[in-house]
Write a protein that binds this ligand. Structure first.
Ligand code: FAD
Ligand code: DLZ
Ligand code: SF4
Length: 513
């Protein structure tokens, strides 16, 4: 029986379910570079270069192991530009008895796959994605009957199920969470750690040349491309992280610094999401680092929570709530995305810095995404669909299954509280505490009103005023609403007037000047 095994660009793992039972004597692996995937949003140039290079390297590795790979390049003659079109052509070329594929990461492609069962002349087997620790079915069972799907409950269940950082059924160290030891600002004079990058090899350089020519008008620079594009390099990157960064990961997890987007973060999300590494192996490696005394518990637990908890959780949430999830807009936000998200041209230094990091590296760390660009989008009432598209475009690790819950749920609270019990709104004081951005800013973080005041300050209170109907009864927001009540009508009118001036002003234009 001749099986055509279709491997998507973010499924580059030798033991992915579509490849586990491959018979090298009869089977063929199909991989396709297609225009539709490269342009369904206008991905950052580095995101396209990363994925095409990782795909090409993976195909070479399979071939070196004696597996037949039919690899269709972007520029190949006759390339139809879509998964469906390329599958149809491959069926004519190879006349397989069946097609085997692993379920995709995105709803868009899942719907496409449902069509294949009807449209293609051979049976199509769609297998579960075995690279995750919690299957879609397992998550759906856990979520059944719950309105609010809280990370903490899910995460504890996953710790018990996997035994990671567990001893005799109890969490190691006697606690599930060490956040009170974490999330410090960087000390004065702190020097950022040296981070390992990977110089582009011949394959990557060739891809970079193609991307810079064919996707010239996409956002982002290619000069600083240093991502690992093979499993071998991703394992080296993991080891570097465990040795040099994990011991401080928790402490400075939320810190932000000018021109230093990486700090102690893992920089592993592009590799993880494309299949070069699995979440399970990364968590086990971090847990071993703790067992061997190479990293403290607060850091290891904080790190494992991100992958075993957040990463698995957002994926489960995505698949149990799609497609309706993307359409909710609990706060009725509708303002257009300002142009500075692309150009970085704003007097708000924190945003200018985060956009500059994002353009240069297709990367910004979690708190930059959540508390700077995300927080602004929430406070300014930006249209969820436009904000979601921005996040899906600009990061090398962005796929809808992970981007959408983070943006729609965690940042914008557009899901009305499925993911988080309250919106993560914050004023300029938070950014000032966790970063050095305010020192170089044209706005004054300590000023509360007037043209020179930090916009986050009045936009924060304005957000609470505008959304009082929806949020005032939320017990977790009782404190700020009490403060707001105590402000008096003059102060409240000042806030509303400052916010209106800013939101209708030149900073907020939605197209280049
Ligand atoms: P670290 O900070 O070192 O964390 C380690 C790993 O934990 C990451 O590699 C990632 O796999 C996982 N992780 C951490 N936080 C989350 C989270 N909230 N959700 C899921 N996994 C998490 N992550 C993506 O992989 N793709 C996205 O498209 C994406 N979009 C985001 C959008 C917003 C608005 C926010 C707030 C977060 C988003 N995240 C996304 C989560 C997180 O910011 C990135 O995973 C992280 O910044 C990647 O860098 P790192 O590998 O250095 O991560
Ligand atoms: C993101 C992406 C890009 C840019 N290009 C391709 C491609 O040419 N071929 C491919 O198989 N996959 C690509 N991808 C990843 C897919 O978009 C991804 O597999 C789906 O979104 C499902 O998660
Ligand atoms: Fe950002 Fe306000 Fe600080 Fe400027 S003052 S960097 S706008 S938080």
């Amino acid at each position: 029986r001749r099986t055509l095994r279709f491997v998507l660009g973010d499924q580059l793992h030798r033991r992915v379910s579509s490849l586990v039972d491959i018979d090298p004597d009869t089977d063929i692996v199909l991989m396709v570079e297609v225009w539709e995937e490269a342009t369904y949003v206008r991905h950052h140039k580095q995101k396209i270069a990363f994925l095409l290079s990782a795909m090409r390297h993976f195909a070479e590795e399979l071939k070196a192991d004696g597996i037949a790979v039919d690899y269709v390049r972007l520029e190949a003659q006759g390339n139809t530009g879509s998964f469906t079109g390329e599958l149809q052509r491959a069926i004519v070329r190879h006349e397989p008895d069946r097609i085997v594929v692993t379920e995709p990461g995105e709803w868009r492609v899942w719907e496409m796959m449902q069509g294949w069962r009807e449209a293609l002349p051979v049976p199509v087997e769609i297998r579960d994605d075995n690279r995750f620790l919690c299957s879609r079915d397992d998550f759906a069972r856990w979520a059944e009957g719950r309105h609010a799907l809280r990370l903490e409950t899910f995460y504890r269940g996953m710790r018990k199920r996997t035994g990671l950082l567990m001893k005799d059924g109890e969490p190691v160290g006697g606690q599930w969470n060490f956040d009170h030891d974490n999330r410090k600002a960087l000390p004065p004079g702190h020097r950022s750690p040296q981070r390992l990058g990977f110089e582009p090899d011949a394959i990557t350089s060739e891809v970079i040349a193609i991307v810079s020519e064919r996707f010239a008008d996409h956002f982002g620079d290619l000069d600083a491309f240093r991502w690992p594009v093979t499993r071998g390099d991703a394992i080296i990157a993991l080891k570097h992280f465990l040795d040099d960064c994990l011991p401080h990961f928790g402490d400075y997890q939320d810190a932000m610094k000018t021109d230093a987007p990486f700090l102690y973060h893992a920089l592993l999300a592009p590799a993880l999401n494309a299949g070069l590494l699995t979440g399970g192996e990364v968590c086990r490696a971090a847990s071993r680092a703790y067992d061997e005394g190479r990293a403290p518990l607060n850091c290891v637990e904080g790190f494992i929570r991100q992958i075993l908890g957040w990463r698995e959780y957002v994926r489960g949430l995505y698949w149990t709530r799609m497609p309706a999830y993307a359409d909710t807009n609990a706060l009725g936000a509708s303002r257009d995305l300002p142009w500075f998200y692309w150009s970085g041209e704003t007097k708000m230094n924190c945003i200018a810095q985060c956009v500059a990091d994002t353009r240069a590296h297709a990367y910004a760390h979690h708190i930059q995404r959540l508390m700077v660009t995300g927080n602004f989008a929430l406070l300014a009432g930006l249209d969820p669909a436009q904000v979601e598209e921005w996040y899906l475009v600009v990061y090398a690790d962005a796929y809808e299954w992970v981007e959408l819950p983070n943006v729609h749920g965690m940042v914008l609270w557009a899901d009305g509280g499925v993911m988080g019990s309250k919106p993560y709104a914050a004023s300029g004081a938070y950014i000032n505490r966790m970063s050095d951005y305010c020192r170089g800013c044209a706005y004054d973080v300590r000023a509360k009103t007037g043209e020179g005041a930090c916009p986050f300050n009045y936009l924060y209170w304005n957000f609470l005023i505008e959304n009082a109907g929806r949020l005032q009864g939320n017990p977790r927001l009782a404190m700020p609403y009490r403060t707001l009540d105590g402000m008096g009508s003059v102060r409240r009118s000042e806030i509303v007037a400052d916010a209106a001036r800013f939101l209708d002003g030149p900073e907020m234009r939605s197209a280049p000047a």
